[in-house]
Design a protein around this ligand. Structure first.
Ligand code: MN
Length: 291
């Protein structure tokens, strides 16, 4: 790609000192198990590039969230690695960020990268809850022969013994439905419940510390067309923002990711949505701390 921004919010971002930043963005162009549209490996760079065109004042929060310090690591280089090695390297980047006392915010890349990131955050915060905003349940034990698949990521979270809250789901296999009925520690808020105004989100499930993973296909394809596996009937921009805001008000978010952007020719609105979502997540997260 010719246009290649290395710091989120650049070129105006003056607050990207790696030592004093409160957030470290980890661009993770991981793509091994994507099954339909390929291209998520270009997602992180598309988000960084779009972020350079974004205004840094947040009218809702009446501040410039970037001033808390947002450092972007060099894009992770997975060349020569197999899927398992790439996941390990991603988890290591999260661990290094946590050791510096910074909040890791990972840009995907395919959703399988969340597993090592969540594992690393869970080591530091054993009382972790995972909130998963997605169109898909991602609860298959394995998919296309691998337990590392992006379609199995939340099953790995369950395997780790971490309570899970899934929101926006509208694509679920019979195997996943059966698994859910077997009583694992999962609550699911379906997209249709949100669309009809009958969703009762079990917020009491959230512990003190939350890891938030957002698969961009949670958002309706009319607003977010650039994903590998689009599903109709998704959440709106403001519905997603309201969820993120509420999560940040109720708990301390100690890790987050935005995954599955699959940049497409002529669909730059998707890259801009992803970049702005990342910025709103940072704003909500630290506005809550400032109160
Ligand atoms: Mn998904």
């Amino acid at each position: 790609m010719e246009y290649s921004i290395s710091q989120f919010g650049a070129p105006d971002a003056p607050h990207c000192n790696p030592e004093t930043a409160q957030v470290t963005i980890i661009p993770a162009p991981l793509e091994y198990s994507v099954c339909y549209m390929k291209g998520t490996e270009h997602g992180p760079q598309a988000i960084l590039d779009a972020s350079s065109q974004m205004e840094l004042y947040d009218e809702e929060l009446d501040c410039c969230p970037i001033e808390i310090g947002v450092y972007t690591r060099p894009v992770l280089d997975y060349s020569g690695m197999d899927h398992a090695e790439a996941l390990k390297a991603t988890g290591q980047a999260v661990r290094e960020t946590l050791e510096k006392g910074q909040l890791p915010l990972i840009l995907g890349g395919e959703h399988s990268l969340s597993a090592p990131c969540i594992a690393a955050v869970h080591e530091k915060y054993p009382d972790l809850t995972v909130v998963h905003i997605d169109a898909h349940g991602d609860l298959r034990d394995e998919y296309e022969g691998t337990p590392l698949s992006h379609a199995s990521i939340e099953r790995r979270v369950v395997d780790m013994g971490i309570p899970l809250l899934e929101i926006g789901i509208r694509s679920f296999s019979p195997e996943e439905a059966e698994f859910l009925k077997s009583g694992p520690n999962i609550a699911v808020v379906w997209a249709y419940q949100i669309a009809r105004g009958i969703a009762q989100i079990p917020w009491e499930r959230l512990g003190k510390h939350v890891y938030l993973t957002i698969d961009l296909d949670a958002i309706d394809p009319s607003e977010m067309p650039a994903v590998g596996t689009p599903e109709p009937g998704g959440l709106s921009w403001y519905q997603v923002l309201d969820l993120v805001r509420e999560i940040c008000q109720r708990s301390t978010v100690v890790g987050m990711d935005v995954v599955e952007l699959c940049p497409m020719e002529g669909q730059t609105r998707a890259d801009f949505l992803a970049a702005k979502l990342v910025y709103k997540m940072i704003g909500y997260r630290f506005q809550q701390n400032a109160k």
